[in-house]
Design a protein around this ligand. Sequence first.
Ligand code: CAA
Length: 257
Amino acid sequence: MSYAHIIVLQQDLYAVVQINRPEVLNALNVTLMHELVDALESLDTSPEVRCIIITGNEKAFAAGADIKEMAEASSMEMLQRDQFARWDRIRKIRKPLIAAVSGFALGGGCELVMTCDLVVASETALFGQPEINIGVMPGAGGTQRLTRAVGKVKAMEMILTGRMISAAEALQWGLINKVVPVEYYLEEAKSWASEIASKPPIAVRLAKESVLKAFDTTIEGGLEFERKNFYLLFSSEDQKEGMSAFSQKRKPEWKAK
Ligand code: CAA
């Protein structure tokens, strides 16, 4: 896979997708997002990949949507371009997505982090929704995902003031999973990816699907969805292997079937 603005590397049973426009702090232009979605969808169907890391560089995960690309657009152009609709396809990726964040994760960058399932950050990471400072508001999920992640008042604080929060605050607010020194954030994300890649893939897929269901259904609907996925796993070979390995006190060997 060869792209202009991202780099895709596959190792062991996971892939690392690096956003690569360092000259503009990884601002997310339309081409980059096309490439990112294309790469994620392709990795999602690859049997060699069980978990995907999205990262940037030490200075920036992504400083938001590309402001210069949007600046002169009219509403009708934005509507016809509908560039943020493509971002919805990231939510449909079935494999676990880990964001490995260092430096700026702002606007669309923060929104991209929030479409991931797990977030590992460096101590230097900064998260924010600064769109208010340029006359707009979050447009790729920020008002909805941030509110669900950190609650109403903290989401209001970030969105209405545009203030950036540190990795330590983001951890305390429940926006991210872990903070490590800057030299280790990618290694830490890789170790999480390896661990998840060592689990039975069908159970991982249905577990991710069930957790995400909690965001768009009632508790009853979600519990029913969870239960059916649980029962469904009893037709997988990995369920039989996992439970018999437990009884036989040995390590299970997953077949992804
Ligand atoms: N779009 C386009 N270019 C950007 C950019 C963005 N979001 N963020 C940074 N850049 C560019 C700068 O224009 C600059 O380019 P030049 O060298 O050609 O001038 C280069 O990246 C380096 O940036 P700075 O010189 O500004 O670096 P800094 O360290 O002084 O400041 C910063 C860093 C605080 C992140 C600052 O760049 C900044 O405020 N960026 C914009 C952040 C922002 O508003 N993001 C939201 C975008 S809108 C959005 O995302 C909508 C949505 O909901 C999807």
